[in-house]
Design a protein around this ligand. Structure first.
Ligand code: PLP
Length: 388
């Protein structure tokens, strides 16, 4: 009998949770438009508002501060804009500062012109360099106006947790605004908008077991908001026009609720599996380099380099063996390039990195089989090297 495949690419996307699927099927049976005033419309509205409460609870925010979007990328393009409104008054952000390890959804700079975007470096462990951020913000010409800073809470490749509360203190001391990409942090660490000090938070449904194609921009309040990206029918209080994807939002909400529960137990179990995996990998190949291992990481991620094995080739080798993992980030339509994260961490990134990411349904048996596969791929790489 053919061996079951092993899915260890949860940072690319998480399998749809049963709870999300069930809630979505109910929502799909609902015919109304949430903006309609009749009973069918009100029923759809109630579903969207429940989802809003569930998503808000996951990040310690007020439901009224959640603006639903079609994905995190849209939320990023919404938030990364020079144009804000404080009530009715316009507020201009003159320059965008993004960390060098941001996901392309933010690194591309949203609605800022390319010459208005600056990068903040990271340390060799892949942690945002707070000193550099402080220096860059202090050195900028004050007449330039308000700086907008965008950083991630957890890096999608290394899993390294970023010191966002400290970043917030620096940014606010310089009169700036802070956008936090919490896509890979949600459901993996406790998030509290207030404690983080973020002005805006970005979330994605499909990374937490909800469906693909739903996201959110969570704001600190309701007075300061970015100028809308999508204008039209006034949905989402005018912040994001377009009829809501009710079923997707309902699935997002159900996943957020599921992820809000038992976080510590889930993390302990996933962390033990990840540690066993890394121990097995180190035994099988003593030259394996695990990136970010010296820094605080989320429990599920292992980003590694095997000297002599190109990430692109490695990804295929693991796939043929039945193990789904990623060569760096998987968002560029299957394209495997240099990891900008490894480059930013100062690693010689020629071979690139491979990422294994686990989830709540990963089993100990899968981890043991993954270690065996890793062993085979690593030894084949050595044999090829010796023959060359
Ligand atoms: N930010 C991070 C850290 C991500 O990992 C991703 C997806 O890979 C995104 C943003 C974009 O999310 P979405 O697919 O919802 O646009």
């Amino acid at each position: 009998m053919a061996k079951q495949r092993i899915y260890m690419d949860w940072n690319a996307t998480a399998p749809l949770l049963g709870e999300a699927r069930a809630a979505m099927l109910d929502a799909l049976a609902e015919p109304g438009n949430p903006s309609s005033v009749h009973a069918e419309g009100r029923a759809a509205r109630a579903m969207v508002e429940k989802a809003r409460r569930q998503v808000a609870a996951l990040v310690g925010a007020e439901p009224s501060h959640v603006t639903f979007t079609s994905c995190a990328t849209e939320a990023a393009n919404h938030a990364l804009t020079p144009e804000f409104r404080m009530g009715r008054a316009p507020l201009v952000a003159s320059m965008l500062y993004v960390s060098a390890i941001e996901h392309p959804a933010l690194r591309e700079g949203g609605r800022f012109a390319a010459d208005r975007v600056r990068e903040i470096p990271v340390t060799v462990s892949g942690v945002i360099d707070l000193g550099a951020l402080e220096m860059v913000l202090a050195a900028r010409p004050k007449e330039e106006g308000l700086p907008l800073v965008a950083v991630m809470l957890v890096n999608n490749e290394t899993g390294v947790i970023q010191p966002v509360a400290d970043v917030a203190r620096v940014v606010h001391a310089h009169g700036g605004l802070l956008v936090v990409d919490a896509v890979q942090a949600a459901g993996r660490i406790t998030i509290d908008m207030g404690v983080l000090g973020a002005d805006f938070l970005i979330l994605s449904s499909h990374k937490i077991g909800g469906p693909k194609g739903a996201g959110a921009l969570v704001s600190r309040g309701e007075t300061l908001m970015p100028v809308p990206l999508l204008k039209g029918g006034g949905q989402e209080k005018g912040h994001r026009a377009g009829t809501e994807n009710v079923a997707a939002l309902v699935g997002f909400g159900a996943a957020a609720q599921w992820m809000s529960e038992d976080l510590a137990e889930r993390n302990a179990a996933i962390g033990a599996l990840r540690n066993r995996l890394e121990e097995g990998m180190r035994t099988a190949a003593s030259d394996v380099v695990i990136h970010g291992a010296g820094a605080a990481r989320v429990a599920n991620t292992c980003f590694f380099t095997l000297p002599g094995l190109k990430a692109e080739t490695g990804q295929i080798a693991f796939d043929i063996e039945g193990l789904a993992l990623s060569a760096g980030a998987a968002c560029s339509s299957g394209k495997v390039g240099q990891s900008h994260v490894l480059t930013a961490m100062g690693h010689d990134a020629k071979t690139g990195g491979l990422r294994i990411s686990l989830g709540p349904s990963t089993t100990a048996d899968e981890v043991e089989r993954a270690i065996e596969i890793f062993s085979r791929v690593a030894s084949r790489r050595k044999m090829a090297g010796e023959a060359a």
